[in-house]
Design a protein around this ligand. Structure first.
Ligand SMILES: Cc1cc2nc3c(=O)[nH]c(=O)nc-3n(C[C@H](O)[C@H](O)[C@H](O)COP(=O)(O)OP(=O)(O)OC[C@H]3O[C@@H](n4cnc5c(N)ncnc54)[C@H](O)[C@@H]3O)c2cc1C
Length: 464
């Protein structure tokens, strides 16, 4: 068993959760948080776990993917989920929180834990001789980002996130769409949504008039040149999209026998072909606007979007290339990564990776075994995605049912009913997370022996 404290950089969502999990397992933690001495362009307070934008932790409706992730976290003893529930404000189907109360409660819990020392300092270099968890978020300080680049290779650290929308395959209108790759190269992997001239004109005009999300002052527009959003392409001229992501060359619509005027190509997101991304359709439009305008694309009239397009400042690693399933760097197992930096997207996903990295670090430091959560759980699926996705096109992800394995041999009526299938996936996930927690509990109980300083209360308060 190691006696040196575990170092954590970043007292945000992931770092605070990670610190708590490690300390609750009887190990000392030094948590570095650079605010208030040095802030990020998005944070406004000196509190830990500050929510930088929305105060919503997404759906709290049983059966939703985001609910499942939260429910697993609650059962696994997440501090931040417990405090989020305690600070909830009316938010319809979403878990919305009073952001001030929430970050105050996290700060107090961390500050008062006997095994956590909070240092209000920037961690500028990555220590090589100690276990360390890096959870410095999308706006990681420059010096630490340089250290990470040196450690992982500059090509593996991104500073900007440019996300294309993803659509649920079951909601596509295949009467309008045809399968083909440009010039017949690459089989029939792509789905093509062909547009006639008037359809293109309507789409173009809607895009020109669409409402975009306001940029934050620090989100420097020069980043856009590398990966231009569709609304910016439309601003540059009527034909710019037709010569860019919507170019129709090399494609013949089997319904007309001719090359379409413009085409939107959909690329499969997974081998089950259950979802597709709209190639080159990164954009910065408001979500309701995206839904309205993207549904103007032939074949997408009733489309359900699993993810909308987004563009924002984000520092993240190429997780599938670099991370092991315990969220440590393969090339440097003493260094673990959590939060946005680990290639997930969203508040709850950051809490989730913080919890898992914390549990794994504690297990390793105590000389015990760590088992990744089962693949059929939301926690397990999230980790599976970030460590197994295609590293060549890696983009951070939120939790969605698409990441969870399907139910094999589902009863016939269930196979046709998406909601029923999701319910089965949720039930299976909760069963399996309970078994995983039970195993962890047994392991932890052994490790806790002789650690009276652990804070009062059960580790698994979520199941009380
Ligand atoms: C502008 C913006 C808006 C977002 N809005 C949303 C939203 O509405 N909903 C949503 O689900 N997700 C949103 N996200 C994405 C993401 O969920 C949040 O950024 C989330 O807070 C990330 O959690 P984290 O723990 O990875 O990092 P953070 O919560 O940002 O925590 C990182 C911490 O590390 C500190 N730090 C940085 N470098 C160092 C260093 N070298 N030494 C010590 N401390 C350091 C920072 O001060 C910060 O406190 C947004 C992201 C951004 C950038």
């Amino acid at each position: 068993m190691e006696t040196e404290p575990i170092l954590i950089a970043g007292g945000g969502l992931a770092g605070s959760e990670g610190a708590w999990q490690i300390a609750e397992r009887g190990l000392r933690v030094v948590l570095y948080e650079m605010r208030p001495r040095c802030s990020t362009p998005a944070h406004k307070t000196d509190r830990l776990a500050e929510l930088v934008c929305s105060n919503s932790l997404k759906s709290n409706a049983p059966g939703a993917a985001s609910w499942l992730l939260k429910e697993e976290l609650r059962r696994a003893g997440s501090l931040l989920m417990k405090l989020a529930d305690a600070c909830a404000v009316p938010g319809g189907a979403a878990l919305a929180v009073d952001r001030e109360q929430f970050s105050q409660a996290v700060t107090e819990a961390i500050e008062s834990h006997a095994l956590i020392e909070l240092r209000r300092e920037e961690l500028k270099e990555i220590p090589r001789d100690r276990r360390v968890l890096l959870a410095t978020g999308p706006l990681t300080s420059d010096s630490l980002a340089s250290g990470l680049q040196a450690l992982t290779g500059s090509e593996n650290l991104a500073f900007y996130d440019s996300i294309s929308p993803i659509v649920d395959a079951e909601t596509l209108n295949m009467d309008r769409i045809f399968r083909a790759s440009r010039y017949g190269k690459g089989g029939e992997d792509y789905l093509n949504c062909p547009m006639m001239e008037e359809e293109y004109r309507d789409f173009y005009e809607a895009l020109r008039a669409a409402e975009t999300v306001e940029m934050h002052a620090f989100e420097d527009v020069r980043y856009f040149e590398a990966c231009l959003p569709i609304e910016e392409l439309a601003r540059r001229g009527y034909d710019t999209l037709r010569f860019g992501p919507m170019k129709p060359v090399g494609l013949t619509d089997p319904h007309t026998g001719r090359q379409p005027y413009a085409v939107v190509q959909l690329r499969p997101e997974n081998l089950r072909f259950s979802s597709y991304n709209l190639v080159g359709f990164q954009n910065h439009l408001k979500f309701p606007e995206q839904k309205r305008i993207l549904r103007m694309i032939p074949g997408l009239e009733q489309a359900e979007f699993l993810r909308y397009g987004q563009i924002h400042r984000n520092t993240y690693l190429n997780a599938p290339r670099l991370l092991s399933p315990d969220l440590s760097l393969r090339a440097q197992p003493g260094v673990s990564i959590a939060g946005q930096l680990s290639g997930v997207e969203g508040y709850v996903e950051c809490i989730a990776t913080g919890l898992l990295a914390g549990i794994a670090i504690a297990a390793h430091a105590q000389g015990g075994a760590y088992t990744v959560p089962p693949r059929a759980t939301a926690l397990g699926s999230l980790v599976h995605f970030i460590t197994h996705a295609d590293p060549d096109n890696y983009q951070p992800t939120n939790i969605s049912f698409d990441l969870l394995p399907p139910i094999e041999n589902a009863p016939r009526h269930t196979a046709r009913n998406r909601q029923a299938r999701r319910e089965l996936q949720c039930r299976r996930a909760l069963r399996e997370i309970e078994a995983w927690i039970q195993d962890l509990g047994n392991l932890s109980a052994e490790s806790f022996a002789g650690h009276p300083e652990r804070s009062e209360g059960s580790l698994y308060f979520g199941t009380e």
